[in-house]
Design a protein around this ligand. Structure first.
Ligand code: ATP
Length: 230
């Protein structure tokens, strides 16, 4: 579904991503783990062409490397950015409407679907997003991204700053989505991510240091030492 070849991202002379290759199969959850500053966010930004980059990105065989971001969204990739970034002054319902800006004809159907999938949001349709809890805002951010009916969803640190119980809920939702959507999950919470993922990549200083089936990485000594607390 997604193929990344020799992807590089530089900020001036700083190399954030140093020529990585990744492959993501349809309806799989693939996780990209790594510590602070490893280049995870830069990789996601490069896939949607939101930062200057070199290398190739193929989506279902189509070269999207040079496409503007809004066209990549139309091709079927949606990004839930780090820090959630919902529209805090808009209501839950209005946030969903914004998510469907390029898919207005399907708004009603999708809205019904989202409130079924995210029951926590259903009772808060008219509440301003800024007054939701962190977990609810994360769910809204995911729901908003789904309103464009993406074929692939990329999530940047969805567990950041959430209580463990809510992390569990968010990860359950991500697992359910896998039936229909391909997922690229960026996480510092390596344990939670590898537990739900099919395959994982470990990013270190802008390079892939390890990759493999998630279950294999969970049992890997180096991964355990560095990312799973020994
Ligand atoms: P985190 O988990 O902290 O978000 P990350 O793995 O997502 O980290 P990136 O945010 O991609 O890492 O950052 C990779 C490197 O690029 C870091 O050294 C960072 O300081 C640098 N960097 C990121 N964005 C910029 C920018 N806009 N300008 C200059 N340097 C940047």
């Amino acid at each position: 579904m997604l193929d990344i070849k020799n992807l590089q991202v530089y900020y001036g002379v700083i190399a954030a991503v140093r020529g990585i290759d990744m492959h993501i199969d349809r309806n799989h959850i693939v996780t990209l783990i790594g510590s602070n500053g490893a280049g995870k966010t830069s990789t996601l930004s490069a896939i949607v062409n939101a930062v200057k980059k070199s290398g190739e990105v193929l989506f279902d065989g189509k070269d999207i490397s040079k496409m503007p971001t809004h066209r990549i969204v139309r091709e079927g990739i949606a990004l839930v950015p780090e820090g959630r970034r919902v529209f805090i002054n808009l209501t839950v319902d209005e946030n969903l409407r914004m998510g469907a800006f390029n898919n207005t004809e399907n708004f009603e159907r999708l809205r019904t679907e989202m409130y079924e999938r995210f029951p926590r949001l259903k009772s808060k349709v008219d509440q301003k997003a800024g007054t939701l809890s962190g977990g609810e805002q994360q769910m809204l951010a995911i729901a908003r991204a789904l309103m464009s009916e993406p074929r692939m969803l990329m999530l940047d640190e969805p567990s950041l700053g959430l209580a463990p119980k809510i992390v569990g809920e968010v990860f359950e939702i991500i697992t359910e989505l896998k039936e229909r959507i391909t997922i690229l999950l960026v996480e510092q919470n390596a344990f939670a991510a590898l537990k739900i993922a099919d395959y994982g990549y470990v990013l270190e200083n802008g390079s892939i240091s390890l990759k493999g089936p998630a279950s294999q990485l969970l049992g890997n000594d180096e991964v355990r030492q560095k990312y799973l607390g020994g």
